[in-house]
Design a binder for this molecule. Structure first.
Ligand SMILES: C[S@@+](CC[C@H](N)C(=O)[O-])C[C@H]1O[C@@H](n2cnc3c(N)ncnc32)[C@H](O)[C@@H]1O
Length: 260
């Protein structure tokens, strides 16, 4: 089959089951069965400047969809920023935070952080589209998990949880950020232009550093980078001693810079 036909087939399957890439490939899916419900895990990150490992406590819950568990690119980015910290006095924004892992790590390193995600997760919208019913209309499963995780890590003074849907106008009360973080946010093709728009909006007046950690799962991801390259250039982050290890898992840590 030609590459073009592969992509068409991929897109059709994505429409039917947008999360299939997270489930179907045994080698790429994190070792966390979908039965995880309301569990607490601890992830620790070491760095030469840290006297003790940085420990992030997380409530994980697979029921709200892909954002409720910690993903490999998130662990890579959390590990990298642990080495880059401390971040006292820095304003940090995380996009597509899921459990909040990366933003919480930044908060533990002293930053003031917004962890953000969509209020209604994909599975709920699919139910709405297919049944015509509004399901869990007042339920915000991911944001609630993030709020719990902020409290678990004693970060209520420094980390706030906000709804930020890619492609939407940015909130009026949004401060200027020094650093923008995004991990494992390339997986659903209809969201590609929305994520690029949000990155463009966030860099239209200021020039924050953007660290973008990405796990390659399929050929169609290239379409995200085709859109991204109209507005941004990027380069590999090369000062991470773990780079060789995660590169073998098709994970890349990129620094994005807006084209001028
Ligand atoms: C694979 S998860 C990664 C979560 C986390 N960054 C990590 O690495 O563990 C992708 C995240 O992107 C979020 N997301 C997907 N589409 C979104 C959109 N249109 N607006 C905001 N967030 C979105 C999902 O809800 C989910 O939390």
């Amino acid at each position: 089959m030609s590459i073009a036909n592969d992509l068409v087939l991929d897109e059709k399957l994505d429409q039917l089951d947008p999360l299939r890439h997270f489930r179907n490939d045994d080698e790429l899916v994190p070792v966390q069965p979908p039965s995880i419900h309301n569990q607490e895990i601890r992830l620790s990150f070491t760095a030469p400047h840290l006297p003790d490992p940085l420990v992030v406590r997380l409530t994980v819950d697979a029921s709200p969809g892909c954002g409720g568990i910690a993903w490999p690119a998130g662990e890579v980015l959390a590990s990298y920023i642990s080495r880059r910290g401390p971040f006292e006095g820095k304003m940090v924004l995380e996009l597509g935070s899921g459990t909040g892992l990366v933003g919480l790590a930044a908060g533990l390193l002293g930053a003031n952080v917004w962890i953000t995600d969509q209020a209604f997760v994909l599975c709920l919208w699919i139910a709405f589209i297919t049944t015509g019913e509004i399901i869990c209309k007042h339920h915000r499963p991911l944001l609630d998990i993030m709020l719990r995780n902020v409290a678990l890590n004693h970060l209520v003074d420094r980390v706030c949880v906000k709804e930020l849907n890619w492609g939407d106008a940015l909130p009026h009360d949004m401060p200027n950020f020094d650093l923008i973080l995004a991990a494992d946010c390339v997986y659903f093709e209809p969201a590609f232009p929305l994520l690029v728009k949000t990155l463009v909006d966030l860099t239209s007046r200021h020039h924050p550093e953007i660290l973008f950690c990405y796990k390659k799962r399929r050929k169609a991801d290239k379409r995200f980078f085709n859109l991204l390259k109209k507005e941004f250039v990027w380069s590999d982050v090369t000062d991470d001693p773990n780079r060789e290890v995660y590169s073998r898992e098709s994970i890349s840590l990129l620094k994005l810079v807006r084209k001028r």
